[in-house]
Design a protein around this ligand. Sequence first.
Ligand code: CO
Length: 297
Amino acid sequence: MDKETEKKWIEAGRIGSAALHLGARLIKPGIKLVEIAEKVEQKIIEMGCKPAFPCNISRNDLAAHYTPPHNDREIFEEGDIVKLDVGAHIDGHISDNATTIDLGNNYPKLVKASREAVNNAIKILKPGLEIREIGKVIYQTIIDNDAYPITNLSGHGIDIYKQHAVPGIPNYDNKNENTLKEDQVIAIEPFATLGNGSVGEGAPSGIYKIETLRPVRSDIARQVLKFISEEYKTLPFAKRWVVKKFGSKGNLGMALLEREGILYSYPQLPELSKSIVSQAEHTIIIKDKPIVTTISD
Ligand code: CO
């Protein structure tokens, strides 16, 4: 990887991390979810990046994939366990990082389980390491903290303008003997729960991506599609962003594009036994001495 490229990955990580930590500091009972999402996304833009995906705010038994709608009134409640998942990008060089905020301080060990799991996994990273070894470390760390890993969620490779690339980075030993390569960029994201450890698909998340590009008849749908394909390319985006740009007509445009199969709507991912979930995540460039891009300075 040339120096210019490496700098972009690292800068996207620094900014994604700063935005994550801003959001984590501001989350308090009584504050609106949408206020946090917008402040986090604004911070990314102010610092010179773009959001790589909508600010994800998933509470309690929701493991991942939720962003509040435009003008939403929902607030954080006393005792919420909040997963904040934030990403920034520069020219498609993406950072992806997450943390858990335990508003009642009721689950310190569960929060520690996912954080310690990502940190322990980072310690073993090097070119040539089998992917399954990462999963083994994550699994063991979470079990040692009296929790279960969510096995049907995983970390992932990251490519230019591709948030979820191969390989999947498992949270258990998935027997994948493929090895890490020098300069590969990956995100490691363990989820820990007190439940059975799998998620299902819930209600729409407010998060979308373009599935297939093809022409549309409706004028508003065409305008919306032009905007999102230019602005977000292959990256996930929020319906909230489209409604901000086009007003309520944005909702109609989105609905038409979804019906045509042009947009994919991500479902929310609730833990199936309805148990509390914690998450931690970092983005790393694989080297003999790996670079964790999402560590803030
Ligand atoms: Co991720």
